[in-house]
Design a protein around this ligand. Structure first.
Ligand SMILES: [Zn+2]
Length: 292
């Protein structure tokens, strides 16, 4: 675990935060881009979030093109909010950030959303290999309840439907799809994000039947028959855990989220799920996604 003691030691001031951003943004830089002097030295301009080439005076702004670009909030506040977001299991609410930092609710809310944007700032190719796909509906009344109390949705009207596609121990894509999702829509989404060479693993939902035929294999786990591992040993447990985690975050931390902002919460959940085995590195991974 990345402890608060370690965090405070690493980022005690705004300067230390800016230096970190400088190192991330310009780590590839061999010399000064303006005067082309190799191994050019940069000095910090104290009055601005800026570094300057000692040879030619060319200036570099490490916050340019990042979520910190226009902010007047101290960088160490941002870093602390990011720290809170990575060390908590279910995320943090704007209210908690407001209390911790003494900023206004509006500022805290904006910060939280900007940080979520950073969480999804990563390149992603089509998913490959064993790819689990699972849809779930948010809000509304669950129409169907499994014997073991596991919720499973068979109708979508009047709800927000989300779909997650997940490589085995790999990348995840979580998306909102139309409330009236039909076979074609499922097909379009799955085709767009999952490579055709993959083994597609889904539950028995009819929406996957047609698109499943386009894949090298379509493994169905029939939850409606109480099957959780199919005869070939496939299950959709991991992707269902992803949704459980998402629902815990919504219920435990936010109570309600609007569909307008849903993509950002999905990104947050994806980030936390993908990196859950590396809690020590999560903060640095997030920073490495500084700019797209
Ligand atoms: Zn220069």
């Amino acid at each position: 675990m990345y402890t608060i003691a370690q965090f405070v030691k690493e980022y005690p001031t705004d300067d230390s935060c800016l230096e970190k951003l400088f190192n991330i943004q310009y780590s590839q830089l061999k010399g000064c881009p303006a005067c082309a002097v190799e191994n050019a030295q940069y000095k910090r301009i104290k009055t601005r979030r800026c570094y300057q080439c000692v040879e030619c005076g060319h200036q570099l702004y490490p916050t340019a093109g990042t979520i910190f670009e226009k902010t007047t909030t101290p960088l160490r506040f941002w870093f602390y909010a990011m720290y809170m977001m990575v060390v908590t299991r279910n995320g943090v609410s704007a209210k908690e950030i407001e209390r911790a930092l003494g900023v206004t609710y509006k500022t805290a809310w904006r910060m939280a959303h900007k940080i979520r944007e950073m969480m999804c700032n990563r390149p992603i190719n089509k998913l490959k290999g064993d790819v689990m796909v699972d849809e779930t509906a948010l809000g509304g009344i669950e129409r169907f309840r499994h014997k073991n109390k596991k919720k499973h949705v068979i109708g979508f009207s009047g709800k927000t439907v989300v779909i997650a596609m997940m490589e085995d121990k790999g990348k995840i894509i979580g998306l909102q799809i139309s409330d009236k999702a039909n076979q074609d829509e499922f097909g379009t989404v799955v085709s767009k994000f999952v490579d055709k060479s993959s083994v597609l693993i889904t539950d028995g939902h009819g929406g996957y039947r047609k698109v499943g035929k386009e894949y090298s294999k379509h493994e169905i786990v029939s939850h409606e028959k109480n099957e959780y591992v199919n005869k070939n040993g496939y299950s959709t447990n991991a992707v269902e855990n992803y949704w459980s985690m998402f629902k815990r975050m919504v219920k435990g931390t936010h109570i309600h989220i609007s569909s307008k902002h849903l993509p950002k919460y999905l990104a947050e959940n994806t980030f936390r799920y993908e990196n859950r085995a590396r809690p020590d590195e999560m903060f640095d991974i997030m920073l490495s996604q500084l700019s797209s």
